[in-house]
Design a protein around this ligand. Structure first.
Ligand SMILES: [Cu+2]
Length: 242
């Protein structure tokens, strides 16, 4: 019903994106409705009790029926709050509590943040991480479309936040911790990755590219990039030009 209000949302290419959007739209509609009601009441009172010849200010005591002006809106706000809780709990469970286990994932990747870049370690031809044919790239994350991806997120220096708007994914990277998360991209294309935690002077340019490839293009890319030996496993740098 309110979908036209959200034309400005970025494209969604995440399997769980629609559920996150649903919660956000619900919160937005609740807050917007309250805004309209409060402004209408405010302007009505401004008009109704405007300065008039012979009019006098009166004192409203904070007891008796006047208390209902506080209690009723407070109860309504609480009801809205509980409705949001009921709606969001299953989504939180699905995305954060019951994450796919490594054996259920199609891919595992390492993401490492630093001032001011994103480093990615992707599995090579053997499909598993921490082997000689791992592909290490700064600035571009390449994945096959439809893959269920588990990521392990670390930081070398300060707190960063791995932010992929089209995946509806935002996860802090905290020094000293290795944080697990997951996503599943449903559409091929090149998308922007940003940092969503103010992390220093280069925060605004801390970007990377997410490339989601068709299975065929991905195989081709894998053939080209995956090193034959550990000696070839050197860092490649691809800096996005957005
Ligand atoms: Cu950052």
């Amino acid at each position: 019903m309110f979908d036209w209000l959200f034309y400005w949302l970025p494209e969604n290419i995440s399997t769980y994106g629609a559920k996150i959007d649903g919660i956000m739209k619900m919160i937005w509609v609740i807050v917007f409705s309250w805004f309209v009601v409060v402004e209408l009441v405010l302007f009505y009172f401004i008009f109704r009790y405007r300065a008039k010849e012979g009019g006098r200010a009166s004192f409203q005591p904070g007891h008796g029926k006047a208390v209902l002006w506080i209690l009723i809106p407070a109860a309504l706000v609480l009801a809205c709050d509980l409705a949001i809780d009921v709606r969001q709990n299953p989504v939180w469970d699905e995305i954060k509590i019951n994450m796919p286990k490594p054996e259920e994932a199609d891919q595992e990747i390492e993401i490492n943040a630093q001032q001011f870049a994103w480093n990615f370690v992707m599995p090579g031809r053997d499909g598993s991480l921490k082997t000689a044919d791992d592909i290490k790239v700064m600035g571009t994350l390449t994945l096959p479309v439809g893959a269920k991806v588990i990521f392990y997120l670390t930081s070398q220096d300060v707190i960063h936040s791995f932010w992929v708007p089209v995946l509806r994914l935002k996860q802090d990277a905290v020094p000293g911790r290795r944080i697990t998360g997951w996503f599943q991209a449903t559409k091929e294309g090149t998308y922007i990755i940003g940092c969503a935690e103010l992390c220093g002077s280069g925060h605004g340019v801390m970007k990377a590219k997410l490339r989601i490839l068709s299975p065929h293009d991905y195989e081709e890319w894998l053939e080209k990039e995956s090193p034959e030996t550990a000696e070839e496993t050197a860092w490649k740098v691809e800096v996005p030009h957005e």
